[in-house]
Design a protein around this ligand. Structure first.
Ligand code: GLP
Length: 242
């Protein structure tokens, strides 16, 4: 695992957008694991810009999002379906909608949906590049502290800390869903290459935990020590001080 401080959010976002662009331009059938959250917004903007400038054909690129809230309609402005449409798929409509996957958080049977999503990734994968953000409590996807290292895509009960952290995107904390469907830790580790982005002081504690070089189930992102090909890019504020 290599942690690199690229100074600013803009630098790191542009760098990661270039890595995704390169992957897609070198392999037209690439599989990408995509993340949501405030951290990713600038990165997607740089990516959309690169795609437009170069008119890259992405119609065979397949994408798998990490997670989705339970109980939000796909059209809800805070669903991760809407997020992805807003930041990427509508901005560059050459993506084929049948190849852009996000778990269905409104499925009648959530466990069946989680299994379907896991099977899909296993059939179509492995993912070439998995993009990750990180929660203030060290979660990746929505894998909260204590999640089993062997977990596949599953239904998650969100912790109070995550509900509170994510309430900034909703009118009030009561509106934040209490559950999500998330790729599991074992699902994430199947990717060939993993790139994690973290910005701002609020993420520094979680990033510092990663420098301790050991897997600790209380810090789900520490599972990344078990993967051979992980890059972490941070800005000055999220860079470890210790
Ligand atoms: C959210 C998402 C994660 C995301 C993280 C950080 O809850 N489930 O995939 O990486 O928390 O979000 P943000 O970038 O908004 O800080």
């Amino acid at each position: 695992m290599k942690i690199t401080n690229l100074g600013t959010r803009a630098n790191a976002s542009f760098y990661v957008a270039c890595e995704l662009y390169k992957q897609m331009s070198q392999q037209s059938h690439s599989k990408l694991g995509l993340a949501t959250g405030g951290t990713m917004v600038d990165m997607y903007q740089f990516l959309v810009d690169l795609l437009h400038k170069n008119q890259l054909d992405v119609s065979h690129i397949e994408t798998f999002n990490l997670d989705e809230y339970v109980g939000l309609d796909a059209q809800h402005d805070q669903s991760y379906h809407s997020y992805m449409n807003q930041v990427l798929f509508k901005q560059y409509p050459n993506f084929n909608p049948s190849l852009t996957h996000v778990p269905n958080g409104n499925a009648d049977d959530l466990n069946v949906e989680a299994q379907r999503y896991e099977d899909l990734i296993n059939q179509q994968g492995p993912v070439d590049i998995q993009i990750l953000g990180i929660g203030e409590n060290g979660h990746i996807g929505f894998n909260e502290p204590g999640t089993d290292i062997n977990s596949a895509t599953h239904v998650v009960n969100l912790t109070e800390s995550t509900i509170h952290a994510n309430s900034r995107y909703f009118d009030n904390e009561n509106e934040v869903p209490k559950q999500a469907i998330s790729m599991g830790l074992s699902t994430i580790l199947k990717a060939q290459r993993i790139i994690l982005l973290a910005f701002g002081e609020k993420k520094r504690a979680a990033i510092e935990q990663l420098t301790q070089n050991e897997v600790n189930s209380e810090i789900p992102a520490s599972i990344l020590h078990a993967h051979p090909n992980v890059e972490i890019y941070v800005d000055d504020e999220a860079a470890p001080k210790s």
